[in-house]
Design a protein around this ligand. Structure first.
Ligand SMILES: [Fe+2]
Ligand SMILES: [Fe+2]
Length: 421
């Protein structure tokens, strides 16, 4: 534990690394720091409550060693560097709000690769503390994985405020809301019930508002979601987002005299109400839930709650029907969203699954989602660049609604055009 011993004022002192104090809340003895060679000054008294953010402040000023009178402090070695990944999950500092109580302890990874307490459970974080972290470029922290639900609830309760922070970059906002909606989706897919569905619905409403008010955010969000290995949750959110932006584009064209004739054939479909947008978004988010249901039944789900790399052909064939059967028990899933789940692998040329429906029997809303789903499968699973994927789809235009495709294509090119490389 001790790094060195010194003598001062005829007393012997032991030293301890600041990071070793992360599991105690009170100083059991007087604590000193060294100002100059062998000169100590008392900074905390016995029984003082430990203000961990103050310790971090000291640490970042280069004061990493504290001193105490020999024998007065006895702590177990607390090296968590090799074990934290098993027990802790990351938290983005940008999701923390000033003057709000955080109902869980937050840790950060110090330079010695050990987790150090940053904020103790139930602390109220100040603006000053958040700015301090920002100055030190500490963007990620950790929480005990037992507190994951509390963290999700914290974001649920404060999401609107979190993503409307003026000083937060749009990428950060997209990242926060994207990750949050994916965790809600993961909850629904692992345990579908009315409460989880309702929570998903609430977050997706915020998400839609976010996209509507930050037009450039969609491209950034999609880039974030497709950057690493794409999970079924990311895929579903990309499909929902692309479908949503396509609907916004149709609505925009409807209102533009010079473009309205190009969308006249869709006049019979309501697309501008929040309710219908929400239904379509839900359908998109849940469209592949059948893959999870079937892979769980077959014992194929990976421990990380993700699908196996190779989903068996029979799962591919049966997943739309399985998803529909699973979701129809829940009142909060609208019949039109259910229809999307059942029909999303159908093709306008009648070659799709599960029922080889002709175009006239595939709902218009599903036809929008099919485009987004097909496109994301080509670009993510098959790693095709955007233009190639669109060309591929153009060659198979018979599978899609030929009036919708040019609008979808425009949406994609717009997004790609605005994406920084
Ligand atoms: Fe699918
Ligand atoms: Fe899909």
């Amino acid at each position: 534990m001790n790094t060195k011993q010194i003598k001062f004022d005829n007393s012997e002192f032991d030293s301890i690394d600041i990071s070793k104090l992360n599991e105690i809340s009170k100083f059991p003895c007087d604590i000193f720091i060294m100002l100059s060679k062998n000169k100590l000054i008392k900074i905390f008294s016995e029984n003082d409550l430990i203000d961990h953010s103050r310790l971090i402040n000291l640490s970042t000023k280069g004061i990493k060693i504290l001193y105490f009178k020999k024998g007065e402090l006895s702590l177990e070695s607390n090296n968590t560097s090799n074990t934290f990944e098993k027990n802790y999950i990351p938290l983005r500092i940008s999701t923390l709000l000033a003057n709000k109580v955080v109902p869980f302890s937050i840790y950060y990874l110090n330079t010695d690769e050990a987790l150090t307490l940053l904020f103790k459970e139930d602390s109220t974080i100040t603006d000053e503390q958040l700015n301090d972290l920002k100055t030190k470029r500490i963007v990620q922290a950790f929480i005990d994985d037992k507190n994951e639900q509390e963290y999700q609830d914290y974001i649920d309760n404060n999401l609107k405020q979190i993503i409307s922070q003026d000083n937060l970059a749009i990428e950060d906002k997209a990242n926060i809301i994207g990750n949050h909606i994916c965790s809600k989706l993961e909850n629904v897919m692992a345990d579908t019930n009315e409460v989880n569905l309702k929570k998903l619905n609430l977050v997706q409403e915020h998400f839609q508002t976010f996209i509507k008010t930050n037009t450039e955010s969609i491209g950034k969000l999609i880039k974030i979601l497709t950057k690493d290995n794409q999970t079924i949750y990311n895929h579903s959110l990309v499909v929902g987002s692309l479908s949503y932006v396509t609907i916004l584009e149709i609505n925009r064209m409807r209102e533009d005299e010079t473009l309205s004739s190009k969308v006249k054939m869709f006049d019979e479909y309501t697309l501008n109400s929040d309710e219908i947008k929400n239904i379509i978004f839900t359908g998109a988010l849940l469209h592949d839930i059948g893959k999870i249901i079937l892979c769980i039944e077959k014992g194929l789900m990976l421990a990380s709650n993700t699908l196996p790399a190779m989903v068996p052909v029979e799962v591919i064939h049966e997943h739309s029907k399985a998803g529909y059967e699973h979701l129809k028990k829940f009142k909060s899933v609208h019949p039109k969203a259910l229809e999307i789940v059942l029909q999303h692998e159908e093709s306008c040329d009648g070659s799709g699954i599960p029922n080889q429906l002709p175009k006239t029997q595939i709902s218009f809303y599903t036809q929008i989602i099919s485009l987004a789903n097909y496109y994301d499968n080509l670009t993510s699973k098959n790693s095709l660049p955007c233009e190639e994927a669109l060309n591929e789809m153009e060659k198979s235009i018979i599978k899609f609604n030929k009036y919708l495709f040019p609008i979808f294509k425009k949406v994609i090119l717009n997004i790609e055009h605005h994406l920084p490389s």
